[in-house]
Design a protein around this ligand. Structure first.
Ligand code: HAM
Length: 422
């Protein structure tokens, strides 16, 4: 047997890739409506960037990064997510100095995490994400959530749930953290090894543990909502009332903590309630990360964003039975019979294509019948048939496939004729 694709990766073949292009175009279109501009950053970054931003006690950094040493002995990592790179680039290119603020960016590209592959979870996946940096106006939190929901809704998804929480500011988080340590510490021996480590390094992450989620202490754990200071509480209230005023439904889940360390204030996930969507129901996640730019050497900058994988989006479309309106047909298929006609065919085809028409012909020396079959498979709107006799008379026969109408057209006129009909 030959080579096989690495575990957790996929080939996206013609026939499927059109769906990807469609959703990518939709994402771009919506970003342009919301005035977000595309940013393209490298696929790999210095490992240190992710340690500092995503957080060195997170699962992503501890277990999931594709890290390697290059020939210059530098430690590099295939990006596990896009926020760190976007913020790094914002700081490095001093985007904060540009006149238009906040800086509103989006990206679409592959991310890499060494996770256990299953439906909806891959080792290479494509994230579409946005980041808005420079504003701590709660209405931009609502904008970010609205944009994410718009992408799903406009593609036709209905079974969506926007789950919202606040993680509070630094002071609130510190008070909550102390309460969590006090809560879990006396019985931490009953928890998994990871949670025992998390108790001191990052107790919030205990709440996110899959192994210990049914432990009774999980249900009685102190909630961040009891430790919010006034500023954090007011911020959260404004985010909620803005969403409500915009007519965007959401539910509050005080246990929603995210898997990355840079969050504060707003945190959210969008879930799919579609039957048959599978074990993983999170479609996307995001939140506020005030302080991240500073953490990696930039000026104090508020920021918020989200990311979704296109893989999970496409699975959700399947689960809800949504068919995307993808048009994939040729304008014209050229059937040529006879030696002189076959010689003439490439230049006719070239003319059609130069005029902007989608056109093709046979390259496998097929008989006429097989050429017509091939034309059928391409869903061609017109089939142009050129035989040696037609060529001698300077004409070509053009059939409109839907109506079955067939016309003889001057060879010189064929491009104009098809253009006019379309
Ligand atoms: P995240 O929750 O780690 O957040 O990932 C965001 C989304 O990426 C997930 O909801 C899911 O759609 C997708 N995703 C993550 N891992 C996988 C995987 N192994 N296979 C398929 N899809 C996956 C972030 O990455 C943050 N950077 C989001 C953000 C942007 N926060 C602020 N700005």
């Amino acid at each position: 047997m030959g080579y096989q694709i690495p575990r957790g990766t996929q080939d996206i073949l013609p026939g499927t890739v059109e769906k990807w292009q469609y959703v990518e175009n939709k994402a771009r279109e919506i970003c342009s409506r919301y005035n977000y501009k595309e940013i393209r950053t490298p696929i790999f970054e210095h490992t240190e960037l992710f340690l500092r931003s995503v957080g060195d006690t997170t699962d992503i950094v501890q277990k999931e990064m594709y890290t390697f040493t290059d020939r210059g002995e530098r430690s590099l990592t295939l990006r596990p997510e896009g926020t760190a790179s976007a913020v790094r680039s914002y700081v490095e290119n001093k985007l904060f100095g540009l006149p238009h603020q906040p800086t509103k960016l989006y990206y679409i590209g592959p991310m890499f995490r060494y996770e256990r592959p299953q439906a909806g979870r891959y080792r290479q996946f494509v994230q579409f994400g946005i980041e808005a940096m420079g504003s701590d106006d709660p209405s931009i939190d609502a904008e970010v959530m609205a944009l994410a929901m718009d992408v799903y809704k406009e593609l036709g998804l209905k079974r969506l749930r926007l789950v919202l929480n606040t993680l509070g500011d630094k002071e609130s988080r510190k008070a909550h953290r102390d309460a969590l340590v006090a809560h879990f510490e006396p019985r931490i021996g009953e928890f998994c090894h990871d949670c025992q480590n998390r108790l001191q390094t990052n107790p919030l992450r205990i709440l996110d543990c899959k192994k210990d989620r049914d432990h009774e202490l999980m249900k009685t754990a102190p909630s961040i909502h009891d430790y919010l200071n006034e500023e954090s509480r007011n911020y959260f209230e404004t985010v909620k009332s803005t969403l409500t005023a915009m007519g965007i439904d959401f539910v509050i889940d005080p246990t929603l903590v995210r898997g990355l360390d840079y969050y504060n204030h707003t945190a959210f996930e969008i879930m799919s309630d579609a039957e048959g969507f599978g074990a993983i129901t999170t479609l996307s996640g995001g939140g506020r990360y005030n302080g991240l730019a500073e953490e990696i050497g930039g000026p104090a900058t508020p920021g918020i964003g989200f990311a979704m994988s296109l893989e999970r989006l496409l699975l959700a479309l399947d689960a809800e039975g949504v068919t995307l309106p993808i048009e994939d047909s040729l304008d014209c298929y050229l059937v040529a019979m006879g030696e002189s006609a076959k010689e003439k065919a490439p230049s006719i085809l070239y003319q059609l294509r130069k005029a902007g028409l989608k056109a093709d012909k046979d390259y496998m020396d097929k008989k006429m019948k097989a050429q017509f079959k091939a034309a059928d498979r391409t869903n061609a709107k017109f089939v142009a048939v050129l035989g040696d006799d037609e060529l001698a008379n300077g004409v070509i026969s053009v059939k409109e496939m839907e109506s079955g109408n067939q016309t003889e057209v001057e060879l010189e006129e064929v491009t104009q004729y098809i253009l006019k009909q379309i």
